[in-house]
Design a protein around this ligand. Structure first.
Ligand code: CP
Length: 309
C-alpha cells in the first residue's frame, strides 16, 4: 500500500515523485509559510522506541505545518515500560483512529511487521540496522539540489557501515539513481556481503575518497557495538576520521554529508563539519521538506501540492 518501509523496494518513479514533491515543500518552507490546511483532520503518531532529535522533530513539524494533528509517543514514558508488546502498542494506537504511524524501533523488519498488523499507514523512521528510508531520501534530495542529478556521481560512504541503516538506504537509492557507490571503513565495521550489493568496498579510506563528488560520513554507533569499540576511538580517528587533508583527496567541490548526530573529532573533524563543502545543516532542513512530502503523498495520494493558506 502507501507504507514507506524501505528504499530497496521503492521504484525510481516513486522516489522521484517524493523528491519532486519535497522540492515544492521546500519552496513553502523558504517562503516561511508554516501553516497550511492541506492535512487538516488527519492524525499522525510518532512512535519512537529509540532516541531521535532530527527525525522525530521534523515529522512533528512536517505534520503540523501541513495542518495535521501530531502526537508523540516516547516509549520510555509509555506503557511499553510496563511490558506492553509492540503488537499491543500498535493495536492501541490504531484503536484511536490515527491515519499514520511513524515508527522507529530497534528490530530489523519491525516496520514491515507493523504494516501487517495494523491499518494506518506505516512510515519507517529507522528499523534496527535495516533501513532509514526518509534519511536516504533527504540525502538524495540534498545531493540532487547541489549537483543537479545523481546519475554518474562518485559517492563515498565512510564509517560504521555494518550497523548503519542510513548506509543501506543510501546505497539502494544511489544505485537505483545511477551513482557509483564506494564504501569504506575498518573491516570490523564492514558487512561481509556488501560487494554483492553492487558497491565498491575499501578497508582504507583514501582510495574511496579519491575523486569523489560526495562524501557521506556516518556516525560510529557505539551503542550497537557489543564487544567494545574496535578500532578504538583514537585509532578510528587517526585511520578513518575525515579531516581536511583527507577531504582534499575528493574533488574540490565535493559535498560533505553526515546524517547526524555527529561524534565531532571521531568520524568527522570540526573544520570539515563546518566547512563550505558541508551540507549537514541543509540536510536537516531538507529532512523537513522530505517528511512534509511523504505525509502529503501517503495521506492525499495526489501530486498537486496545495500551498495557499
Ligand atoms: N539522522 C537521524 O536519524 O537523526 P535522529 O536520530 O536525531 O533522528
Amino acid at each position: 500500500g502507501r507504507d514507506i518501509l524501505e528504499l530497496q523496494g521503492m521504484s525510481v518513479p516513486e522516489m522521484e515523485l517524493i523528491l519532486d514533491t519535497a522540492r515544492e515543500m521546500k519552496n513553502v518552507i523558504d517562503r516561511d509559510i508554516k501553516k497550511v490546511p492541506t492535512l487538516r483532520g488527519k492524525s499522525v503518531v510518532n512512535l519512537f522506541f529509540e532516541p531521535s532529535t532530527r527525525t522525530r522533530t521534523s515529522f512533528e513539524l512536517a505534520g503540523k505545518y501541513l495542518g495535521a494533528d501530531v502526537v508523540n509517543i516516547t516509549t520510555s514514558a509509555s506503557s511499553v515500560v510496563k511490558g506492553e508488546s509492540l503488537r499491543d502498542t500498535l493495536l492501541t494506537v490504531e484503536a484511536m483512529g490515527v491515519d499514520v504511524i511513524v515508527m522507529r524501533h530497534e528490530a530489523e523488519g519491525s516496520s514491515h511487521y507493523a504494516a501487517k498488523v495494523v491499518k494506518p499507514v506505516i512510515v519507517n523512521a529507522g528499523d534496527g540496522q535495516h533501513e532509514h528510508p526518509t534519511q536516504g531520501l533527504l540525502d538524495m534530495f540534498s545531493i540532487k539540489e547541489k549537483k543537479g542529478s545523481i546519475a554518474g556521481l562518485k559517492v563515498a560512504i565512510i564509517g560504521d557501515i555494518l550497523h548503519s541503516r542510513v548506509a543501506r538506504s543510501n546505497i539502494w537509492a544511489l544505485l537505483k539513481l545511477g551513482a557509483e557507490v564506494r564504501v569504506a571503513g575498518p573491516r570490523t565495521l564492514l558487512p561481509r556481503d556488501m560487494d554483492r550489493m553492487g558497491v565498491q568496498v575499501y578497508d582504507r579510506v583514501e582510495p574511496a575518497l579519491e575523486g569523489a563528488d560526495v562524501v557521506n560520513i556516518l556516525r560510529i554507533q557505539k551503542e550497537r557495538q557489543q564487544k567494545g569499540l574496535f578500532p578504538t576511538a583514537r585509532e578510528y580517528a587517526r585511520l578513518f576520521g575525515i579531516n581536511r587533508a583527507r577531504l582534499d583527496l575528493a574533488k574540490p567541490d565535493a559535498l560533505v554529508l553526515h546524517p547526524g548526530p555527529m561524534n565531532r573529532g571521531l568520524e568527522i573533524a570540526p573544520d570539515v563539519a563546518y566547512s563550505d563543502q558541508s551540507v549537514i545543516q541543509e540536510q536537516v532542513k531538507n529532512g523537513l521538506a522530505i517528511r512534509m512530502a511523504i505525509l502529503f503523498l501517503v495521506l492525499m495520494g495526489g501530486t498537486n501540492v496545495e500551498t495557499s493558506a
